[in-house]
Write a protein that binds this ligand. Structure first.
Ligand code: SF4
Length: 178
C-alpha cells in the first residue's frame, strides 16, 4: 500500500515533468528526454514487480499503425486475419504470439486499449506506442504492470510504424525470472 503510494508519487512527478516539458519546451530532444526517463524508470520497476507473473498472464498491446497502411485485412478484431505476407511487422508478431500462445490486442486508440486491459486483466502488459500514448497510458494504468516500448516512426507518426520484435521477445523471456 505504502509502496504503491510512493510509486504513484514518482509516476505523478514524472508525468507532471512530461506535461510541463511538452507545454513549454520547443526542443523535442529535451522533451523526449523526459519521456525516455519516465519509460526507463517505469520499465525498471515493471521488471522488478514481475517476479510472480505467469507467462500466460502477459499481454501484448500494439498500435494499429504498425500494420501496413494498404493492407486490407482486419487485424484489429483478430491478429489471426494477418496473412503474414512480410509487408509489415504484424506478420512476424503474429507468428510469435501463436508460438507463445500470448494474449494480444491491436488497438486503434487509447479508449480501446483501456477497455481491453479492463476486460482481460493481464498481470503484465508489454505495450507498444508512440511517446504521448505510452506515457499517458502507463500513468493511467497504474498499478497495473505495464512495460513500455516506443514504436519506430521512420515513416512519420501514425502510419507504417515499426517495432523491434527482438525487444518484445526479450521482455517476454525476462518476465517472472528476475
Ligand atoms: S504482414 Fe499481415 S498485416 Fe502486414 S501487410 Fe501483410 S497481411 Fe497485412
Amino acid at each position: 500500500m505504502v509502496k504503491n503510494l510512493l510509486f504513484k508519487t514518482a509516476y505523478t512527478f514524472y508525468y507532471f515533468a512530461y506535461i510541463v516539458a511538452k507545454k513549454f519546451n520547443k526542443n523535442r530532444c529535451e522533451n523526449n528526454c523526459v519521456s525516455k526517463g519516465f519509460i526507463k524508470f517505469n520499465n525498471r520497476l515493471a521488471i522488478k514487480r514481475s517476479k510472480k507473473v505467469k507467462i500466460e498472464k502477459i499481454a501484448l498491446l500494439l498500435p494499429h499503425c504498425i500494420q501496413n497502411y494498404s493492407c486490407p485485412y482486419k487485424i484489429t478484431s483478430d491478429i489471426g486475419n494477418c496473412r503474414e505476407c512480410g509487408l509489415c511487422k504484424i506478420g512476424e508478431i503474429s507468428k510469435f504470439v501463436k508460438e507463445r500462445n500470448a494474449i494480444v490486442k491491436i488497438a486503434t486508440g487509447g479508449t480501446l486499449a483501456r477497455l481491453f486491459l479492463k476486460n482481460e486483466k493481464p498481470d503484465f502488459v508489454v505495450a507498444v506506442a508512440c511517446e504521448r500514448d505510452l506515457v499517458a497510458g502507463i500513468y493511467d494504468s497504474f498499478p497495473m504492470i505495464v512495460y513500455g516500448i516506443f514504436n519506430k516512426l521512420d515513416n512519420g507518426p501514425c502510419m507504417n510504424t515499426d517495432v523491434s520484435l527482438e525487444e518484445i521477445k526479450k521482455i517476454f523471456d525476462l518476465v517472472g525470472k528476475k
